[in-house]
Design a protein around this ligand. Structure first.
Ligand SMILES: Nc1ncnc2c1ncn2[C@@H]1O[C@H](COP(=O)(O)OP(=O)(O)OP(=O)(O)O)[C@@H](O)[C@H]1O
Ligand SMILES: [Mg+2]
Length: 284
């Protein structure tokens, strides 16, 4: 889908909590069909960036545009309409424990007063996209940690938002579950041509997201295309941001990141590798 404005645009955004700076002079854009992977140490402001996108907090300085509209000084009422264009997978992907999978995924629609059969249809459509095959009347406690994150993604996708925010969706998962979540995020990027921000610490995620592209074959089936050495298709649809000391110190492709002479970036790539190993603890 070609549109002449960005899905997300930050223009010289500054943010602090109680005079303590967290983000300084942050500028970047995300197009439809593009994923921005955000890397940075704990406390570097990654979740703050997502809260700013949602308009849950306001920047001290600068502008934030969503789908071409400046949300910086927007009223709560208008922001509510803008937020309907976005879905978020929160850090730790928490589900409502007392609600079934159906009601978790359909939560937003229930709140909006949709008729029951429409909700059922939409919930099943999103769960089919995520290839969720368990009982939709099951409770979250009956699912594995990886499956609960899949449900959190289906919940964020309800109503087909054009923008999706993923806050460390793979943290703490075993490698196959983490891979599964990356596949869903990449399908959202390629098949639905959605705009997304994907926060992660894992170099496995970085490698996967920058090397696999999803397409429909002539029969309409979704197929994965793995990147060849000589290909450069992934250069355009996935880009990386590294945050450090409140600022963006890198914004570019995976190759540019790997080839960067910056010792912090090199150390970060190496360290993230180690952290990933330590982080692998199956949730639930
Ligand atoms: N509501 C708040 N009030 C005061 N300080 C806050 C608030 N939220 C976050 N902070 C601080 O702002 C900094 C950035 O927090 P943020 O949650 O954005 O980091 P993060 O990059 O998402 O970290 P993590 O990887 O641990 O999730 C941290 O130092 C944090 O302690
Ligand atoms: Mg965070």
């Amino acid at each position: 889908m070609s549109q002449n404005h960005y899905a997300i645009e930050f223009r010289h955004v500054w943010h602090s909590y109680d005079e303590e700076p967290v983000l300084e002079d942050i500028s970047f854009t995300v197009r439809y069909g593009e994923m921005k992977v955000v890397l940075g140490g704990s406390g570097s402001g990654k979740s703050t960036m997502l809260r700013l996108v949602l308009g849950l907090i306001k920047p001290d300085r600068g502008e934030i545009l969503i789908d071409g509209e400046d949300i910086t000084g927007m009223s709560e009422e208008r922001l509510f309409a803008v937020r309907r264009k976005m879905g978020i997978v929160f850090q730790l992907g928490a589900l409502f424990d007392s609600l079934s999978i159906r009601d978790n995924v359909g939560f937003r629609l229930i709140e909006e007063g949709w008729p029951e059969e429409k909700i059922d249809e939409e919930v099943r459509r999103q769960l089919a996209f995520t290839e969720f095959e368990e009982d939709i009347d099951a409770m979250p406690s009956e699912l594995s940690g990886g499956m609960r994150r899949v449900v959190a993604i289906a919940r964020a996708m309800v109503g087909d938002p054009r923008i999706l925010l993923f806050d460390e969706p793979t943290a703490g998962l075993d490698p196959p579950s983490a891979r599964n979540l990356c596949e869903l995020a990449a399908k959202y990027r390629d098949i639905r041509e959605g705009a997304s921000i994907f926060v992660t610490h894992r170099m496995d995620d970085v490698r996967f997201l920058s090397s696999v592209l999803y397409l429909r074959d002539k029969d309409g089936r979704i197929i994965a295309r793995h990147r060849e050495e000589s290909d450069d298709f992934a250069l355009v649809n996935t880009r990386f941001i590294i945050l450090r000391d409140h600022r963006i110190i890198f914004n570019g492709t995976v190759e540019q990141m790997q080839q960067s002479p910056d010792p912090y970036i090199q150390e970060f790539i190496g360290q993230a590798e180690v952290e990933t190993e330590e982080l692998i603890v199956e949730v639930g």
